[in-house]
Design a protein around this ligand. Structure first.
Ligand code: HEM
Length: 444
């Protein structure tokens, strides 16, 4: 008989571990490996199993993936993004994933890199030396602007502004829907009315863009046009509704995690002059006074290590799956329909795989040290058939944005501020007040 699965200590009557998860989620999850490789936690009435071992997480996501579907978190996401890739499972997911693949290939990424460059130039051109900026908000605006132009190509200022207003509302609603009971999304409260309006605005815009591209889309390389022209194995294109769901998916999946990652990078550079000096020296050497291009990325090796270390240190902390059938995992037996949690953050902060895990150390990614890391312990983008579709997009954007900003600006933290870790789907530094100082480099 399979042994009982250990329970995390400290459960309260009725609410279980909800207080620990609400108050100190990162401390709670990183403490779980002490209790076992699979640990039971209770979130109110929901019983869930946290997998704390890299090999077992790999089984859930890759080698036994057929026995798992999406979990409760994704079910909740459906109210906002229909059948978008980030919430769908099974055959529908496979069809959409295959159809979206061409939109993330190298040729397309080179086009998106041009969007990244123009967004980043127009943002930093607005900066004034000495002004106080909330770099978290600046990075959110940058990530959103890049995605808007990658998705739609040119948009009128009014349309772009409408999307910029809608996306943060949808992101907030996404967080509330994932934790609140279902009926909350049906209440006639201001948040739901704002969400409804944001959904209607973005859907109407996507419909208009689709209609315009059908009429006159030749030669365009934006993501919506690419989706419009892909077909599945039976030669069927995506319906307009399917394209619209994928557009919502891309906003929800990318803006939050990308802006948090970019913001943490500048937080770390701002508080460690030695790391910052190494990034500046590399950027100056590779760019020699011009804006960065897609082909510069392989030569920005130290900058890439800083980004990788941010992805380890501040990675996604919570993802879910659900067993489709009884599953054997690490000698334990999980019942059918069990909610399973994996946490890239937990794995990345386990001192067995990452010595001194709270230290920010980009050189742990030097080849000879990195090869000692167990293969499946570093999964900031997940793994298997639900692995992040935008991983290369995200790494491209982070590298180009960091290189471009560092080549012209030094961002200084405002003295005396306390940067807090605000936990949403990703971990955010908020507020992140910094002042830009011009570096003595002019782009040729
Ligand atoms: C640093 C930034 C990012 C991080 C850390 C990140 C992380 C992740 C993770 C952990 C997953 C897997 C979720 C699971 O196991 O269920 C995921 C899925 C996904 N991500 Fe990202 N992501 C980032 C940026 C982006 C960007 C920029 C895009 C698109 C432009 C994107 C699109 C997606 C999509 C579509 C999925 C669903 C894939 C599927 O289920 O087939 N992500 N992401």
């Amino acid at each position: 008989m399979a042994p009982d699965i250990p329970r995390a200590p400290g459960a309260w009557p009725l609410i279980g571990h909800a207080p620990q998860l609400a108050l100190k989620p990162l401390t709670f999850v990183t403490g779980l490996p002490r209790h076992g490789t699979v640990v039971q936690v209770q979130l109110g009435s929901l019983q869930a199993y946290v997998v704390t071992d890299p090999e077992l997480v790999h089984q859930v996501l890759v080698s036994q993936a057929r026995s798992f579907s999406r979990g409760r978190l994704h079910d909740r996401g459906r109210t906002l993004i229909g059948d978008g890739l980030v919430v769908s499972s099974g055959e529908l997911h496979r069809r959409h994933r295959r159809m979206m693949q061409p939109s993330f290939q190298r040729g397309q990424l080179v086009q998106y890199a041009a969007c990244m460059k123009s967004e980043m130039v127009s943002m930093t051109d607005r900066w004034k030396p000495g002004q106080v900026l909330d770099i978290h908000d600046e990075m959110e605006s940058l990530a959103m602007g890049t995605l808007i132009s990658s998705l739609f190509g040119e948009l009128s200022q009014d349309d772009a502004d409408r999307v910029r207003q809608a996306v943060p509302i949808l992101m907030r609603a996404g967080i509330v829907h994932s934790v609140a009971p279902d009926w909350v999304s049906r209440l006639p409260i201001p948040m739901n009315r704002r969400t409804q309006k944001a959904t209607t605005d973005v859907s109407a815009l996507v419909d208009r863009v689709i209609a315009a591209r059908r009429e006159k889309g030749e030669g365009r390389t934006d993501l919506v046009t690419t989706l419009l022209h892909t077909t599945d194995e039976d030669g069927r294109p995506m319906s307009d509704q399917e394209i619209c769901d994928q557009v919502f998916t891309l906003f929800m999946a990318s803006v939050e995690s990308l802006s948090a990652t970019l913001a943490w990078i500048f937080h770390e550079l701002g508080r460690d002059p030695e790391i910052e000096a190494r990034v500046h020296a590399e950027v100056d050497d590779v760019l020699s006074g011009r804006p960065p291009e897609f082909d510069d990325i392989p030569r920005l090796a130290y900058t890439s290590r800083v980004i990788t270390e941010v992805l380890r240190h501040y990675t996604v902390w919570f993802q879910m799956r659900r067993t489709r059938e009884p599953v054997e995992l690490g000698g334990y037996r999980l019942p059918a329909c069990a909610e399973v949690i994996y946490s890239p953050y937990l794995l990345a902060h386990d001192p067995r795989w990452f010595p001194d895990p709270d230290r920010f150390d980009p050189d742990r990614w030097l080849a000879d040290r990195a090869e000692r890391t167990p293969k499946h312990a570093f999964i900031p983008f997940g793994a298997g058939h639900h692995k992040c579709m935008g991983d290369t997009f995200a790494l491209t954007e982070c590298t180009l944005d960091v290189a471009a900003i560092c080549s012209r600006w030094r961002l200084r933290p405002v003295p005396g501020q306390r940067v807090r870790q605000v936990i949403q789907a990703a971990v955010h530094p908020k507020p992140l007040l910094m002042t830009p100082e011009r570096r003595d480099v002019k782009w040729s």
